[in-house]
Write a protein that binds this ligand. Structure first.
Ligand code: KIV
Length: 260
């Protein structure tokens, strides 16, 4: 059986066994991640898109995050449970950042992730004894600043990405997500950075990979270049529901064995 993943265990996986990370938002998705032996489960603010139907992560609130972290906490034991800090929960002041990180830990998170170079907020959260995961490259909470979902850190901009990754490592993050950056840039950052990089759309040279649950199990109608659909979950569920409908309409369900 896999041993318990903690932030120091994930940190120590730098350059070794690849780190498998998946998002989860509820009991069923989290249980499946635990059974599949994911190293790290992220309650991502991507729940705004894939669970709540928003067109970005910006509307996600602390209450939304707390609600979903509670559910995931009830499902998993061995993977490290990381909670995203939603837009607006850490930019306003260090005190707000610590208060909101503490609120996520109170309901069962074991670490928090926040986007960009908020070094003051990160240091304050770390001082409170809460492990922090960084997130660089395309950071979805800055989608309006970037002007859309665009690959970041191309060409010479890879230097700035490496500098930022090392600055995050220096303040003490245990790992860094690299999202939508060219393979070569991610490889350079991974080589230079003392903490594990976890890629999404960042090529195969990162220390680990993270994927959104709904993308890999085929529960979304969107196809992304950075994702791989391992099973057609949507098709399977749709077929099951259609069969149920047919059975109810025709009187084949419930059967005697479903009755009391
Ligand atoms: O919210 C999320 O799911 C994320 C991952 C894509 C890294 O931040």
């Amino acid at each position: 059986m896999m041993k318990k993943r903690t932030a120091p265990v994930i940190r120590a996986m730098k350059g070794g066994e690849r780190i498998v990370c998946i998002t989860a938002y509820d009991l069923a998705s989290a249980r499946l991640c635990e059974e599949a032996e994911a190293d790290l489960v992220l309650v991502g603010d991507s729940l705004g898109n894939v669970v709540l139907g928003h067109d970005s992560t910006l509307p996600v609130t602390m209450d939304d995050m707390i609600h979903h972290v509670r559910a995931v906490r009830r499902a998993i034991k061995l993977p490290l449970l990381v909670a995203d800090m939603p837009f607006g929960s850490y930019e306003t002041s260090e005190a707000d950042a610590v208060r909101n990180a503490v609120a996520l830990m109170k309901v069962g998170a074991e670490a928090v992730k926040l986007e960009g170079m908020h070094l003051g907020a990160i240091e304050a959260i770390l001082r409170a004894g809460i492990p922090v995961m960084g997130h660089l490259g395309f950071t979805p909470q800055h989608v309006h600043e970037f002007g859309g979902h665009k690959v970041q850190a191309k060409g010479d901009a890879a230097d700035a990405l490496a500098t930022n990754a090392n600055a995050l490592a220096d303040v003490g993050v245990f790992s860094i997500v690299l999202e939508l950056v060219p393979r070569e840039s991610a490889r350079r950052v991974t080589e230079a950075c003392p903490v594990p990089t976890v890629g999404i759309g960042a090529g195969p040279d990162c220390d680990g990979q993270i994927q959104v649950f709904h993308d890999i199990v085929g529960l979304t109608d969107k196809e992304y270049r950075h994702a791989k659909r391992y099973v057609d979950g949507y098709g399977l569920f749709r077929e099951g529901i259609s069969q149920y409908r047919e059975d109810v309409k025709s009187g084949r369900f419930p059967e005697e064995r479903n009755s009391f």
